[in-house]
Design a protein around this ligand. Sequence first.
Ligand code: ADP
Length: 237
Amino acid sequence: SSHVAYRLELTEPRRRQLFGDVSHELRTPLTTIKGSMEGLMDGMLPPNEETYTQIYREADRLQRLVNDLQELSRVEAGAYELHPQLASVKSLVDSAIDRLGRQFEEKGVTLTTQISPDLPQIKADEDRIGQVLLNLVGNALQYTPSGGSVCITATGQPKEVQIAILDTGIGIPPEHLPHVFTRFYRVDKSRSRQVGGSGIGLTIAKYLVEAHGGRIWVESPGAGKGSTFIFTLPSVA
Ligand code: ADP
């Protein structure tokens, strides 16, 4: 297989901004954990399961954040290799469904697919594009209340395959649309924090799709009206 390295230079202001952002992201869960520990130590918080669960959750969130940050830094630095191979979009979608199908059932969100029958093959690193797909479908599940639905579609366009994830969920207000691929950006900070979002997943997805020569974007008619995330990958004629 061929190897493609993808490199992005971090300028000094960008580096400084990044350190500032990271410090900010780490501070919030740390403050919460420290506060709870202090509460336990001076007897203001009861030493019971609820308290421990709360602290554990916050530590868990911190761990996920650090894992996401590590992945982001690898991707931003180009410190990974792509191993593009001939791949079928159908099988990529099938394995995403294998991974997430149960969570959809548990939440009561319908998951359907519409894959064009005569799709050309793509040349992609299956692990990486699988990761992108999992992220987008996982987000669609996360931001769609039970009773809603998510549909994964794939259509052949000239020279590329277009994959879209449509959901009937909470949608995205127009003023936020240009920012959702920016690292640490969340439309609703408090809500997203509750469900453990770090605002990094879409940034990684964008790097990975663009490293494959594709594009990624989002469309939404507005709050409460669902979202559609779309990405393209060059196809093999
Ligand atoms: P997070 O871990 O917070 O979900 P992402 O980078 O995956 O981080 O997404 C960034 C933000 O974009 C989310 O916090 C959320 O506000 C918004 N978002 C992503 N996917 C959806 C979706 N399917 N519907 C509504 N909002 C979404």
